[in-house]
Design a protein around this ligand. Structure first.
Ligand SMILES: *Cc1c(COP(=O)(O)O)cnc(C)c1O
Length: 493
C-alpha cells in the first residue's frame, strides 16, 4: 500500500516512510492511496477473534512491508497485560440500543493508549525499514491525554527520546501529575504558558524550522511526531470500530449487517476519522455523530459548511477536546473530494483568514455520514449524574459530552438505530467534574479526589491512577512559546 500527501498527489511514499515522517514535506497529511475492503465474510470471521487478532487482520493490508510475524508481535506486546481488561476495548451495554465502547483500559486510562501503545513498535520498525541511521526525538503538544500516553509508550524505547509540551493551565491536576512523574531515561516534560493551540502551534513551528532540523541532523537527531497527524496513530484506531461492531453482534445488540451508529467525543478529529475509514472499508456503520464541547467549531462546520476558528477559546470540563483547529479534518476533506488542489486551497484560507467554506457538493457528502452536536459543562455534569443514577454507570466528562449529543441527535432526527458511544477516558482522570456530576463535593485536590470518588461510588480507581501523589515530580519547568525551540535544543545536547 502506498500513501500520498493530501496536498500533493505526486508525493508518494511507503507505509514505513509515512509513519517515519509523520507530516508530509508540503505540510499535508499522508493518506492511503486506496482503502482495503473488508468483506461480509471477513467481518464474520473477525467476530470469532481476539482483539489482537482483529488488529492484525485490519492493519495488514495497510502495512504491506511488514510481515505477519511482526504484526503479531506488535499487537501482542501493545495490547497485553498493561490493559486491565482482557477484551482490551470492551463494549458495555447500557440498554437495548445504547452501548459504550470503553477505550481507557490501557496504562494511562485514556483512549490514546489504543494507538500509542503500538506506535513505538510501528515507528522503530519503520525507521529500520527506511534505513534511518539517526535517532528520533518525538515532539508532542498535548491537551492532556496524548502526552502521558506517548511518554508511557516511548519510555526507554532504544534509539528514541520524547519531549512533551502541555498548556500550563489547560490540563487536569491528575493529567499533570501523570506526566510530571513519568519515569524513563529518555523522557522530558515542560509546561507552556498559553492554551493547547499555543503549544501545538509552537511544536508545528519547530517542525517547520529547516535550519534547526539541519543542525539537529548534524548531531545525529531528527524530529518526529506522535500527534494524531501521524498515520501510525490513526491506523490502530480503525481496529476498535470493527471490534465494537463484532462485539455488538456477539452480544446480540444487533444482527450481522445491521447499521450501527457511533457517537464520538471529538477534538483533533482523529478518533472519528478512524470510524470514517472503517465505514469506507465496508463496516456497516450508520451515522458518525461528532460530539463537541463549547469549542464547537466542528458542530458549526457540519451544519453550515463553514469552518471558522475566529472565535473565543473555551477552557472546559472536557479539556482533551478544547481545540479550535482539528488537524485531521483535512484527511476527511481529501477523502471526500479527492482533489489535492481543492484541499490545499481550503488549508491556505484557514492559514491566512482562519476560515474556509467548502463547496455545496462537499458539504452534502459530509452530511451523508456525519452529524454534529455540542454540549456545555453544565449539561456534561448533568449527563454524568443521569448515567450514574439511572444505570450505576460512571462516565468521564468527554464521554458524557458524547452521551448528551447522542440523546439530542436521537430526539432531533428520530434516528433510533442502535448506537455506540465511544468512551474515551476513565472517570477517575476527571474526578473533580465527575464528583460534581454525581452530586458529591469536590473541595479537595488531585489524588485526594480520586479517593473521594472511590468512596462515593464504591468503584476502585484504575491502578495507574492510585498513589500518584507518592511519586516524585521530575519535571516542573514552564516556558513561553518562543522558548520551546530552545527547550528542544537543550534536551538533545
Ligand atoms: C484525545 C481525546 C479526545 C479527542 O480525540 P480526537 O482524536 O482528538 O478527536 C476525546 N476524549 C479524550 C479523553 C481524549 O483524550
Amino acid at each position: 500500500m502506498n500513501y500520498f500527501s493530501t496536498r500533493d498527489h505526486q508525493h508518494i511514499v511507503s507505509a514505513a516512510q509515512a509513519i517515519a515522517c509523520g507530516l508530509a514535506p508540503d505540510g499535508g497529511l499522508f493518506v492511503p492511496e486506496t482503502l482495503p475492503e473488508v468483506s461480509a465474510q471477513q467481518l464474520q470471521a473477525l467476530c470469532g477473534m481476539t482483539y489482537q487478532q482483529r488488529a492484525v487482520e485490519i492493519m495488514r493490508p495497510f502495512l504491506s512491508e511488514f510481515s505477519d510475524d511482526e504484526l503479531a508481535h506488535f499487537t501482542a506486546a501493545a495490547y497485553g497485560s498493561q490493559f486491565d481488561d482482557a477484551a482490551v476495548a470492551p463494549l458495555r451495554r447500557l440498554d437495548d440500543t445504547t452501548a459504550f465502547l470503553e477505550l481507557w483500559h490501557g496504562p494511562t486510562c485514556a483512549f490514546k493508549d489504543m494507538a500509542l501503545q503500538i506506535l513505538p513498535y510501528l515507528l522503530t520498525a519503520s525507521l529500520k525499514k527506511c534505513g534511518e541511521q539517526r535517532q528520533v526525538c518525538i515532539l508532542v503538544a498535548t491537551s492532556g491525554d496524548t502526552g502521558k500516553a506517548a511518554l508511557q509508550g516511548f519510555a526507554d524505547v532504544p534509539g528514541t527520546k520524547i519531549l512533551v509540551f502541555y498548556p500550563y493551565s489547560g490540563v487536569s491536576e491528575i493529567q499533570r501529575l501523570q506526566m510530571v512523574t513519568q519515569t524513563g531515561g529518555n523522557v522530558a516534560v515542560s509546561a507552556v504558558r498559553g492554551n493547547f493551540d499555543d503549544a501545538q502551534t509552537g511544536v508545528k513551528q519547530i517542525f517547520g524550522d529547516k535550519a534547526f532540523a539541519d543542525a539537529l541532523s548534524q548531531r545525529g537527531w531528527f524530529l518526529s511526531s506522535a500527534n494524531s497527524i501521524n498515520w501510525g496513530r490513526l491506523l490502530p484506531q480503525i481496529v476498535y470500530y470493527f471490534s465494537a461492531y463484532c462485539d455488538a453482534v456477539n452480544g446480540g445488540m444487533i444482527a450481522m449487517g445491521d447499521k450501527l451508529n457511533f457517537v464520538v467525543p471529538t477534538g483533533n478529529f482523529g478518533d472519528i476519522l478512524a470510524g470514517w475509514y472503517a465505514k469506507q472499508m465496508g463496516l456497516p456503520a450508520g451515522k458518525l455523530v461528532c460530539a463537541s464541547n463549547a469549542n464547537n467549531v466542528l458542530t458549526d462546520f457540519i451544519r453550515t459548511g463553514t469552518y471558522d476558528k475566529n472565535r473565543p477559546f473555551h477552557t472546559t470540563a472536557s479539556p482533551s477536546m478544547d481545540i479550535l483547529v482539528s488537524s485531521n479534518l483535512e484527511r476527511l476533506l481529501y477523502s471526500l473530494c479527492g482533489s489535492d488542489t481543492e484541499v490545499a486551497g481550503y488549508m491556505q484560507q484557514l492559514r491566512e483568514q482562519g476560515r474556509y467554506t467548502v463547496s455545496d457538493a462537499l458539504l452534502a457528502k459530509i452530511r451523508e455520514t456525519f452529524a454534529g452536536g455540542c454540549c456545555n459543562d453544565i449539561q456534561t455534569r448533568e449527563k454524568i449524574g443521569r448515567a450514574w443514577r439511572d444505570h450505576r454507570y460512571l462516565i468521564d466528562t468527554h464521554t458524557a459530552v458524547a452521551y448528551h449529543v447522542l440523546d439530542e441527535y436521537r430526539r432531533e432526527t428520530g434516528d433510533a438505530a442502535p448506537a455506540v458511544v465511544v468512551s474515551t477516558a476513565s472517570p477517575f482522570k476527571f474526578c473533580d467534574q465527575v464528583l460534581r456530576g454525581i452530586g458529591g463535593t469536590a473541595d479537595a485536590f488531585g489524588p485526594e479526589l480520586i479517593r473521594r470518588l472511590t468512596c462515593e461510588t464504591q468503584i476502585d480507581a484504575p491502578a495507574p491512577l492510585t498513589g500518584l501523589d507518592a511519586r516524585p515530580v521530575r519535571f516542573g519547568g514552564c516556558v513561553d512559546r518562543t522558548q520551546m525551540l530552545h527547550t528542544v535544543d537543550e534536551f538533545l545536547k
